[in-house]
Ligand binder design. Structure first.
Ligand code: BES
Ligand code: ZN
Ligand code: ZN
Length: 503
């Protein structure tokens, strides 16, 4: 197993300070847009700069036409005596927007992305929110250079000092929590960014175990023999076209007998060629992200242990590589999912639901109160909601609760229905179910309806389709670079905390 992801620092060192020091290279300040008749205003907090310095910066920003609109970056030489070499003003938009943590997180991310090649930055942005600033800087500075043979020209940002009025225990605790969250998102990103040549089921399981055990999770791995013996027909069926056998990883965090239990399930297809129902070549390389659900669930379980969240968490993570070969499953094959339901595999490219169904049935044996599954499940998610909006399905009340939390977290999950007329379209000529409908309408929803067949009744369930949101194939934006995004780690973690708060 490669050790790199277990020991990697993942992002810049973040620390609290109460002012600027000589070791800082760049001072990052905020700039809000002008209200009715004023000029753009600096977001620097009380007493950071003396009046002369503040007005020198104001004048310089006005001279180069800085407006303070969201995402605007203006770099200035620092006024004499400030300690730093330069000042970076990041546009924050209208002052009212500072109440929106996600807005602040994104602008901090924009600033961080522009600071590649800078060693240390110091920033007054925490006046608009310490946690959001910390997370935005950490995630914006995230890079994945493991597979470059020479170091990139611009070194990653190594340290960010966050200016707060008082660096006491409370603010330190707030920072530590933000760091843990940003690190978990970065763990998920690293998994997604690791190419399929290097991340196959066995390796993925080993890395999950190494990171999970280090965080204090209990970890169990089922190999191909154990899976076959126990009747995990979906995982075995999808995995059997590959020379690299499948795995099922179980990670648990315990909060005591009185606590609620939340099951997590994530799709871990380390590469999806489509199998015998092979995908077109164009864009197939993006199927390296088809384990984004598994990555998010593993990272969230690790975070739950690190922050000792007050619910029991049991992650059940199926991992397989979907390949075409003489040993692969065929369209028309019938397999038996874990628990006994039979499925006619009409399309081997609808493999995610096959491995998830096994995992969902296994997860329900633990009698959880809630079950959260997430998966890069359907191209139809992208058609319906675009690249950045996860589709949220499940039992009505929990679905709406999760979507609301996802939006508050800035991950934008949107509630979607299960139109009942789609269910008969999953009937099979020969088996209990078919793995696809015979048409393409509502493809995200029929995938969710397929999964619903396997969720035990009385379990509050949500299914989050992240086909688009898990992997950014476009340009960088906010705190999100190209590649793995780490969505929906923050949503799932916030849901765990919300459930813990129920008591
Ligand atoms: N992994 C894909 C879904 C996907 C598509 C993820 C685009 C990320 C970006 C999934 O296994 C798949 O191939 N689904 C099929 C289902 C169809 C055969 C019913 C799809 O969406 O085309
Ligand atoms: Zn597929
Ligand atoms: Zn897939």
């Amino acid at each position: 197993m490669s050790k790199s992801s277990a020991i990697r620092q993942l992002g810049p060192e973040l620390s609290l300070v109460t002012g600027i020091s000589k070791d800082d290279d760049v001072l990052v300040i905020g700039l809000t847009t002008a209200d009715e008749d004023g000029a753009p205003s600096l977001v620097i907090g009380d007493g950071l700069l003396d009046d002369a310095t503040a007005s020198a910066i104001d004048d310089a920003l006005a001279a180069v036409g800085a407006k303070g609109s969201a995402g605007e970056l203006t770099k200035l030489p620092a006024p004499a005596g400030l300690g730093v070499t330069s000042v970076l003003a990041v546009g924050l938009g209208a002052a009212e927007k500072l109440d929106d943590a996600e807005h602040v997180r994104r602008q901090a991310g924009v600033a961080a992305r522009s600071l590649q090649g800078v060693a240390t930055a110091v920033t007054s942005l925490p006046v608009a929110g310490l946690a959001a600033t910390a997370e935005g800087f950490f995630l914006g500075a995230y890079r994945f250079d493991e597979f470059r043979s020479t170091p990139p020209e611009k070194a990653p940002l190594t340290a960010v000092r966050l200016i707060v009025p008082v660096a006491d225990k409370t603010t330190q605790a707030e920072l530590d929590r933000a760091k843990a969250i940003a690190r978990a998102v970065s763990i998920a990103r690293d998994f997604v960014n690791t190419p399929p040549s290097h991340l196959f089921p066995e390796e993925f399981a080993d890395r999950a175990k190494a990171l999970g055990s280090a965080a204090g999770l209990k970890v169990e791995i089922l190999d191909e023999t154990a899976l076959d013996k126990a009747g995990y027909g979906g995982i075995v069926g999808v995995g059997k076209g590959s020379s690299r056998p499948p795995r099922l990883v179980r990670l648990s965090h315990s909060a005591g007998r009185k606590a609620k239990t939340v099951a997590l399930v994530g799709k871990g297809v380390t590469f999806d060629t489509g199998g015998i129902s092979i995908k077109p070549a164009a864009g197939m390389e993006n199927m390296t992200s088809d384990m984004g659900g598994a990555a998010a669930v593993i990272a969230t379980a690790i975070l739950a242990a690190e922050l000792n969240v007050g619910v029991n968490v049991i992650a059940t993570v199926p991992m397989a590589e979907n390949m075409p070969s003489s040993t692969a499953q065929r369209p028309g094959d019938v397999l038996t999912q874990y628990g006994g339901k039979t499925v006619e595999v009409i399309n081997t490219d609808a493999e995610g639901r096959l491995i998830l169904a096994d995992a969902i049935v296994r997860a329900c044996e633990d009698e959880p109160d809630y079950l959260i599954d997430t998966a890069t499940l359907t191209g139809a998610q992208l058609v319906a909601l675009g690249t950045r909006t996860p589709g949220v399905m499940g039992t009505d009340e929990f679905r709406d609760r999760v979507a609301t939390i996802s939006q508050a977290e800035g991950e934008s999950g949107w509630p979607m229905p299960f139109p009942e007329e789609l269910r008969p379209d999953l009937d099979s000529r020969v088996a209990d179910l078919a793995n696809v409908t015979n048409h393409r309408w509502g493809g995200m929803l029929s995938a969710g309806i397929y999964l619903r067949e396997f969720v035990a009744k009385d379990v509050q369930w949500v299914h989050i389709d992240i086909a688009g949101p898990a992997f950014n194939t476009g340009g960088p934006w906010g705190y999100t670079g190209k590649g793995g995004t780490g969505v929906p780690v923050r949503t799932i973690f916030a849901v765990l905390e919300d459930i813990a708060a129920e008591g």
